[in-house]
Design a protein around this ligand. Structure first.
Ligand SMILES: [Zn+2]
Length: 341
């Protein structure tokens, strides 16, 4: 077990070293282009109507959503998003002519839009992930309350039931915002996606600790969860209201992901759980999928990048994962019933 840890820490430190922030948006030519576009509303010959903030008078008796400042805020976001997109296309064309490969802008590769959707492939996979989590959670719910025996107070025997319900909600929330964010990347959608992803990832780390150490006592659960929840809250406030530092956020996410994969792996190695092979599949699959997220490559033909493929791999893993959770509920329930008898 010691050698295992040392090996993993070595690999892990290399992975963290390979992380870096995006280069495209620090390019002065790109920055100047976006700055000018937000003032003039044009990139070359292409102009955007939502960049005219002052010229079109918004009437006072228009609908509430067309009045300032909400409407103006949306226009500003639309303007910024279009400026960034067309400046990026221009800059990438120039770079390609000079023989340079694509670079990231604001944490993302240069993608081609389809019907105004920024990353259609990632949106589709996010929606499938959402559907898969919903299916998993629903079947878990049906198993608990309609198939397995219940206590006299109509509660499930399984001690982790409510914790997995919260997990289900957080996963649905994070995939929903992922689909929105990949459709249109503006300040608000980006922060909502990052925040809900961090919340989901952090909560699954808490779940991995509670389940693998078999923490059933309420007070012990609070003691384990409190420092992590405090950190997660601080981190979410930090990226929302102080600075969205992509490199730092990525490191936080990788640390949380690796920590929980390690915990599940170690637990799968020592436990006699009948469905531990499902844990192995998810741990190995999840680890491989994470490599896609870390050693990412630019989008093929402007559509399919490593991130989109990463969203694709989590779809089957999600199915196996919820089936493990269902098995665990059955396993724990039958154990508890044996004890009662
Ligand atoms: Zn994503």
């Amino acid at each position: 077990m010691d050698r295992y840890w040392v090996g993993f820490l070595l690999v892990f430190s290399c992975l963290v070293g390979a992380l870096e922030a995006s280069a495209g948006d620090s390019d002065p030519i790109y920055r100047t282009c976006v700055g000018q576009c937000e003032k003039s509303g044009c990139v070359g010959q292409t102009c955007f109507s939502h960049c005219n903030f002052s010229s079109d008078g918004v009437s006072i008796d228009g609908p509430w959503y067309k009045q300032e400042p909400l409407y103006l805020q949306w226009k500003q976001w639309d303007c910024q998003s279009d400026c960034r997109y067309y400046c990026m296309l221009d800059r990438e064309k120039e770079r390609e002519a000079l023989g340079h490969g694509p670079v990231k802008y604001h944490g993302k590769w240069p993608f081609k839009r389809v019907y105004g959707i920024q990353e259609p492939v990632s949106v589709a996979f996010s929606a499938l992930n959402l559907a898969m989590h919903f299916h998993g959670w629903l079947s878990f719910f049906i198993l608990l309350y309609y198939k397995l025996p219940l206590k006299q107070d109509k509660k499930a025997y399984y001690e982790y039931a409510s914790l997995w319900h919260i997990y289900g909600l957080l996963s649905l929330n994070s995939w929903f915002w992922s689909a929105v964010f990949h459709s249109r990347d503006v300040d608000l959608t980006e922060k909502l996606d990052y925040s809900s992803a961090v919340a989901f990832l952090g909560y699954s780390l808490i779940m991995s600790i509670l389940r693998s150490f078999n923490v059933r006592d309420e007070a012990a659960r609070v003691m384990v969860a409190a420092p992590l929840l405090a950190f997660l809250t601080t981190h979410i406030l930090f990226i929302n209201f102080y600075k969205l530092d992509y490199g730092w956020n990525m490191q936080v996410c990788v640390v949380m992901a690796v920590a929980q994969l390690l915990l599940w792996a170690i637990w799968a190695g020592v436990t006699g759980h009948p469905s531990r092979w499902k844990l192995w599949v998810v741990v190995i699959g999840g680890g491989l999928a994470m490599l896609l997220e870390i050693y990412d490559f630019p989008p093929y033909e402007g559509y399919v990048d490593a991130h989109a493929l990463w969203h694709a791999t989590t779809i089957p893993l999600t199915y196996i994962w919820w089936s493990f959770i269902r098995d665990d509920a059955e396993f724990r329930t039958s154990n508890l019933l044996k004890k009662v008898k």
